[in-house]
Ligand binder design. Structure first.
Ligand code: HAM
Length: 537
């Protein structure tokens, strides 16, 4: 029985391997090409940011923030370890040695923390001042209790033991609350980071709007399934600043659709909606009406929806629970509650999409899971993905930059789930040609395998490999001499197109033998003819 490997990629993460990575590169190359033509420049924000950035931007009540973020304290390992030592040490107050171990660990932690605070390696968190003091006093007291100084007034045996027990347990618990670094999170999305960067780099002083795109890994601790990973990849774009002209919404959507079209992605469906803005005569009023209606049918709803009535009533519309569908269908629709400006903005977005020949369906239940959206929201689905069929989601978020401490700024953008996009493209290829593999699948195979034998041939082989690679041809040069038969076998295994047969005879005569592996034909060429021949292919 095969034993399980000791180290495996952690749940929800995976290795992307060749030949599949060739498809990823192709997709990403197409992003650069298409997005550039719409005037977007690339931004590469960091993968970790303060947790607060996301909780503020994405919303405290969203699933992403509440349940799915990877959060940790940004602390040096030694300090973290020192705290763990205290937490994990098995404390037996009746045994002096155990008491001394805890005392030692506590002392070690405290001196490291103090040094960290002094060197500013650990940021002093103002909200923690009192807690630090409280903890330090507790430490001091514990130190006294457990010191072997016979003159201390508390050294009256029974009483001291009780105190040691109480204080030891208290400190072991309290240490968990001592901050040793800022809380940071692996980014669950990048819109918040792009807005942070816009503010940090004063991009409002650049010609507006600023158009940025990004690609890279995002992290959400969701339940993994097909098309849903804990580390997944997004391709996103954001337009910040300038006006909220509906033409911008339409052009952003047109760009995604053009990109999908360029990739040849089939079965793409765009849904759009407007969720208005946060005002009493618009979304807030609607949410109140919705909440009142939901309360009337509360008993028929599932637990999640019931909870959301108070925390985030709009998200009830997102529910996939079968028995809730007929109930939701009868709920009031936001389109009937939009203020005049939002209604007119939405109507103009649709007109602008028509002008661009972008096909869409309207979906009044499309509310999106992140809190920053207002007005236009959209989602795109693709084929072959099962239940996780959204390949792209986006919308307008005019208040977000301001919410993060910047000037009032308009904003709209989207993110494509790259993993899902790739899955859908692969499913499509499978459906079209069940046996043939995609041409991209073998793009990393060498074009030429050099079967060399003898030291003179080896020198010529190295030279030829260098010249051919410089001309962009992929060459496999075996590191050791092989019998020709073996070499040709390996060349076929690697899927090479040609094998160059180079022995001492060929080097002496200057006539090199090039074998086409598919049909076994062979031709004789000089070194320069060979280069010309392969370059022309
Ligand atoms: P989102 O809808 O949360 O929006 O994610 C966008 C896309 O990322 C989804 O449609 C899906 O394709 C993909 N995705 C999300 N979670 C996972 C996962 N666990 N595994 C695989 N793919 C996933 C945002 O993130 C917004 N920041 C989009 C945006 C940009 N809005 C305005 N600007």
């Amino acid at each position: 029985m095969a034993t399980k490997a000791k180290f495996q990629a952690i749940r929800g993460t995976r290795d992307l391997l060749p030949p599949e990575t060739a498809l990823w590169n192709h997709v990403e190359q197409t992003v650069h090409e298409v997005f550039r033509t719409f005037g977007f420049g690339e931004i590469r924000p960091p993968i970790v940011e303060t947790t607060e950035l996301f909780s503020r931007a994405v919303g405290q009540e969203s699933d992403v923030v509440q349940k799915e973020m990877y959060i940790f304290e940004d602390a040096r390992g030694e300090l973290w370890q020192a705290r763990e030592n205290v937490r994990n040490c098995f404390f037996r107050p009746h045994e002096n040695s155990s008491v001394q171990v805890l005392r030692g660990f506590l002392g070690d932690f405290q001196s490291r923390l103090q040094a960290g605070l002094q060197s500013r390696e650990v940021e002093h968190d103002a909200g923690q001042t009192q807690f630090y003091q409280y903890f330090s006093q507790g430490m001091e007291y514990f130190s006294k209790l457990t010191s072997n100084d016979p003159d201390l007034p508390l050294q009256i045996h029974g009483k001291v033991l009780e105190e040691i027990e109480r204080m030891g347990a208290f400190l072991k618990n309290a240490i968990v609350g001592v901050r040793i670094g800022t809380f940071v999170a692996l980014r669950p999305e990048a819109t918040a980071s792009v807005c942070r960067a816009y503010i940090e780099h004063n991009m409002q002083q650049l010609p507006q709007p600023v158009k940025l795109y990004y690609m890279g890994p995002m992290f959400r601790r969701e339940r993994p399934q097909k098309g849903r990973y804990r580390q997944f990849y997004q391709i996103g774009a954001e337009v910040l600043g300038g006006t909220d002209a509906p033409a911008i919404d339409a052009e952003v959507i047109e760009m995604v659709m053009t990109f999908f079209d360029r990739l040849g992605l089939e079965g793409v469906e765009l849904s759009i909606n407007s969720i208005g803005h946060a005002a009493d005569n618009c979304r807030r009023g609607y949410v109140e009406t919705l909440r009142a209606e939901l309360n009337k049918v509360k008993d028929k709803l599932g637990a999640d929806s019931r909870r959301r009535i108070d925390t985030n009533a709009l998200r009830v519309l997102d529910s996939k629970l079968e028995h809730e569908q007929p109930i939701i269908a009868r709920l009031p629709k936001i389109a009937d509650h939009l203020c005049d400006e939002c209604a007119s903005h939405y109507a103009r977005v649709k007109k602008e999409l028509d002008l661009r020949d972008v096909k869409y369906v309207e979906n009044w239940r499309l509310v999106r899971g992140l809190d920053y959206y207002m007005r236009t929201t959209f989602e795109i689905t693709a084929r072959g993905l099962g239940s996780q069929n959204a390949v792209c989601g986006g919308g307008r978020y005019d208040g977000l930059v301001e919410l993060l401490g910047g000037p009032p700024t308009k904003g709209i953008g989207f993110a494509i789930g790259e993993d899902r996009l790739i899955l859908s493209l692969q499913e499509q290829t499978k459906a079209h040609s069940s046996s043939e593999s995609s041409p991209l699948a073998t793009s990393h195979s060498p074009r030429l395998y050099i079967a060399w034998m003898g030291q003179n041939a080896y020198a010529a082989a190295i030279r030829a490999a260098r010249n051919l690679r410089a001309a962009g041809i992929s060459v496999e040069l075996p590191p050791a001499e092989q019998k020709f038969g073996k070499a040709l076998e390996r060349a076929s295994k690697l899927n090479a197109k040609f094998a160059l047969i180079l022995g001492d005879n060929e080097v002496t005569s200057g006539e090199w033998a090039l074998k086409t592996l598919a049909d076994g034909t062979q031709q004789k060429l000089s070194e320069s003819q060979l280069l010309d021949f392969l370059k022309r292919l």
